[in-house]
Design a protein. Structure first.
Length: 176
């Protein structure tokens, strides 16, 4: 399996090629963003795993972005879903196993949050029992963390989304 440098293979929205092959501008080519949100993977986490900037993650998530296969397989690895679930099949829901995994992940996050917030020992015991049973059903849930209260924390070398937005000069400087 070859390692692909996604920074070098930046996907571009090539609508002329897509249109020549019978696709229209308004028809989505993939559903990466939808699957990412269902799998509870943040944009920053996906960017870290793909080794690209968050702005590039957002470009790749655009349903009209004509991605290369290497980028699609990288997303498949990050989201841990079959490639077929990333492609658009109009009006088709996600496959049952992927949907079930997303539901189990959300349930585990809720159980861990209850465990961390519980004040009474009885509630903590019940929450711990629920966590143990979920891990027994699906061992890959063992290292799941609780729901974030305020979102994920950035490291010192990461910038917020505001850096990606451009503001007009006249907003900051009074022309008079």
């Amino acid at each position: 399996m070859a390692i692909v440098d996604l920074k070098a293979a930046q996907p571009k929205v090539d609508l002329s090629t897509a249109q020549a092959n019978g696709f229209s501008e308004d028809r989505p080519l993939h559903r990466i963003q939808e699957v990412r949100m269902q799998q509870n993977v943040s944009v920053r986490s996906a960017g870290r795993q793909l080794d690209v900037e968050t702005s590039q993650v957002r470009q790749q998530e655009d349903p009209q972005a004509d991605l290369q296969l290497s980028a699609l397989y990288a997303w498949q690895r990050v989201l841990q879903v079959p490639v077929a679930d990333l492609l658009v099949d109009l009006d088709a829901p996600l496959s049952a196993p992927v949907l079930k995994r997303a539901q189990m992940l959300r349930l585990m996050k809720t159980a861990i949050t209850i465990l961390e917030k519980a004040g009474k020992p009885q509630v903590r015991r019940l929450a711990q029992m629920m966590v143990d049973q979920l891990v027994e059903i699906m061992p890959e849930l063992e290292n799941v963390s609780a729901w974030h209260e305020v979102g994920q924390r950035r490291t010192r070398d990461e910038y917020g989304r505001i850096v990606e937005r451009c503001l007009p000069d006249d907003l900051l400087f009074d022309p008079n």
